[in-house]
Design a protein around this ligand. Structure first.
Ligand code: SF4
Length: 359
């Protein structure tokens, strides 16, 4: 059985030709149902007889994950909402709908259940990796957001649970499906992959040739000792290797790399740290540093920075000549902000897979 929503239109058409008896096709109408209504209902298609419906049902499926919980936070910037979805094997994943101003919203989607990267500031990292999501499960988050929850989704960031490039096969396929001009047609420039520095995944992304796709890297500390304490991936991929890989990543001439910096008082917020960020970014063509105030979770490393501390650090980065954007904290009260996704129940009953190859 193949999940319809894990395929582009062309892929569905090819699979239908290969799997169904001649004359039972209708891939275009089925695909349109999926995209426009978020459902798989071959019996509702005109002129598709019972034998064809049965053939489609025998070969293809579309089960959207159930919404088991949701929570939202109101602020003057709009409503930030988190939805917890149950997968077909009873696990849970989270996606977050974030207001971006002018009525636009970004959907932050998960790519794994849990994560093996173990970043110490992140709730998901404390779960360990339970399993990768399939491409259809990643796309399903967008379909549920639009068709079940009624959320408007303009941009999509792969920044929810999991390291996206640790699940490169599924994430690349999900990008193809989301970007498919005959399907959801979400432009690559509206999609952002976020990584902690998964070099093998970065190579896969480069080879995939998505020229307009956005990429951001979570830096969070400009020296190896601090970054290795915060982000174990740094022990395997120190800053010099990450820097070289990012300097070589240039999918288009005007490409700007997003550099995410989660500001943690007492850990990575000195004047010297700001200079270190600038030194890290220097060989990389164009960067935009996103300063993200730390969101304390259930077992916080430190407190959240004050506005004055965030502004001071941003000022230092600008003195260093960097382009900087402050990420306004959204969803902190409902554990929907950066670094706060994760499921306590799942963590308690986690079923670890053997660890897959690292960054
Ligand atoms: S920050 Fe991202 S990569 Fe690190 S543990 Fe959390 S989900 Fe994984």
């Amino acid at each position: 059985m193949i999940a319809v929503h894990g395929l582009t239109f062309e892929q569905l058409q090819a699979e239908a030709r290969a799997r169904l008896p001649r004359g039972h096709g209708r891939a275009r109408q089925i695909h349109r149902q999926v995209v426009r209504q978020g459902r798989f209902a071959p019996e509702e298609i005109d002129d598709l007889g019972p034998a064809s419906v049965a053939a489609w049902r025998a070969q293809f499926a579309m089960e959207l994950p159930q919404v088991v919980r949701s929570a939202q936070e109101e602020s003057e910037r709009g409503t930030t909402a988190k939805a917890v979805l149950r997968t077909d094997d009873g696990l849970e994943i989270e996606c977050v709908h974030i207001p971006m101003g002018r009525g636009r919203h970004t959907l932050c989607v998960s790519s794994q259940v849990g994560c093996k990267m173990g970043c110490t500031f992140c709730e998901t990292g404390r779960m360990g990796l339970i399993r990768h999501l399939r491409a259809d499960e990643i796309v399903a988050q967008v379909l549920v957001a639009r068709h079940v929850l009624g959320w408007d989704v303009r941009n999509i960031v792969f920044m929810g649970m999991g390291e996206a490039l640790d699940n490169a096969d599924a994430v690349l396929q999900a990008i193809r499906v989301l970007n498919d001009p005959s399907g959801l047609a979400i432009g690559q420039e509206r999609l952002t992959v976020c990584t902690v520095g998964h070099l093998a995944g970065l190579r896969r992304l480069q080879e995939a040739g998505f020229k307009r796709l956005n990429l951001s890297v979570s830096l969070n500390a400009p020296d190896d000792a601090t970054r290795s304490r915060m982000m174990p991936v740094n022990r395997k991929t120190p800053l010099s290797r990450l820097q070289a890989a990012l300097a070589a990543y240039r999918p288009r001439r005007n490409f700007t790399l997003g550099v995410n910096y989660c500001l943690m008082p007492g850990l990575n917020d000195t004047r010297g740290d700001a200079a270190g960020v600038a030194a890290f970014c220097a060989p990389i063509a164009r960067v935009l540093v996103n300063v993200i105030p730390y969101n304390p979770g259930n077992d916080p490393l430190t407190r959240a920075p004050t506005d004055a501390e965030v502004e001071r650090f941003i000022g230092w980065l600008r003195e260093e000549g960097l382009a900087v954007r402050k990420r306004v904290t959204k969803g902190r009260s409902v554990m929907a902000a950066c670094g706060q996704l994760g499921n306590v129940e799942l963590r308690r009953s986690r079923r670890r897979l053997p660890q897959v190859s690292g960054c």
